[in-house]
Design a binder for this molecule. Structure first.
Ligand SMILES: [Zn+2]
Ligand SMILES: [Zn+2]
Length: 285
């Protein structure tokens, strides 16, 4: 796939302000700006049995992998679709039993390494930013983060060496740093944690405490929607910004602002939905 970009948006690079994604057309509140399939993803261990490992569908009566009896699927297609990734873990889970305990980040990184090996062309998840271009912020790694990285690299070698050839430690440190800075957690409608994923195109957007787009998930696809009107031309308004990532628990004042922000967003969505219903536009929500 060649670099096709995302319709209605463009990648920018401004001196001193870094890179990002901005609108080249008008987006109304509620509009889908773009959808991005996960480059790589992993279902969280706690949700095994309730969700399909391949498409994340939640339902009763999923069928389990006959070998490890730990991964569950909708049907044979989903099982086949997930096998290239599941095989990284299937026999290791049988061998290690209860001692099989790589972190979710390690599981995701193993999948990324495998994907990078089999996928040499640009993927549909990388229309404006490739995985290799993700920021690593290696200069911001303190001792604590370095130690975490070393633990993760050791776990990766321990649990995944049978099916993977690893890049050298410097490349692995960079990859873990990229995933830690840019990884997304996938949540269901009740905001409970379903898994982790990387969405390179979504990661191009900057973070803000008053975002103009939000990310929701349909299975393992991230959907980016406008929660404020976005107009091209005006520099600050055209920039697409997602919710600030929290590295420390928020202060009381921040929580108040977040609650207020959430109320406003819900209010805006209700209004947008109402208008769309009146006008008989395609049902978006
Ligand atoms: Zn499925
Ligand atoms: Zn299995």
């Amino acid at each position: 796939m060649k670099n096709e970009g995302i319709e209605g948006t463009e990648r920018f690079l401004s001196p001193g302000k870094g890179r990002g994604l901005r609108a080249t057309k008008h987006f109304k509140v509620g509009d889908l700006v773009f959808a991005c399939p996960a480059y790589a993803y992993v279902l969280t261990v706690n949700e095994r049995g309730g969700h399909c490992e391949c498409c994340f569908t939640r339902r009763e009566g999923l069928s389990k992998c006959g070998k490890c009896k730990q991964a569950y699927y909708c049907n044979v297609e989903c099982q086949r679709g997930d096998w290239p990734m599941h095989k990284l873990e299937c026999s290791a889970m049988c061998t290690y039993g209860e001692n099989w305990c790589p972190s979710e980040t390690v599981r995701l990184v193993a999948r990324i390494i495998l994907k990078q090996k089999c996928q040499t062309e640009r993927t549909p998840s990388e229309r404006v930013l490739t995985l290799r271009e993700l920021e690593a912020h290696l200069d911001k790694l303190d001792n604590e983060k370095n130690e975490m990285n070393d633990t993760d690299i050791a776990a990766l070698h321990h649990f995944y060496s049978r099916h993977l050839d690893f890049p050298d430690n410097a490349a692995l440190t960079e990859l873990f740093a990229q995933v830690n800075c840019n990884g997304f957690t996938i949540e269901d409608e009740e905001l409970s944690h379903l898994g982790s994923a990387v969405f390179p195109d979504v990661a191009l957007m900057n973070h803000s405490c008053s975002p103009n787009v939000i990310v929701t998930y349909k299975g393992t696809v991230a959907e980016v929607r406008a929660v404020q009107d976005i107009s091209p031309g005006e520099e600050d308004n055209a920039k697409m910004e997602i919710r600030q990532k929290l590295s420390t628990p928020p202060e009381e004042e921040e929580i108040k602002q977040m609650v207020m922000y959430a109320r406003n967003v819900i209010e805006e969505f209700r209004r947008a939905k109402h208008y769309k219903n009146i006008l008989h536009w395609p049902f978006l929500f």
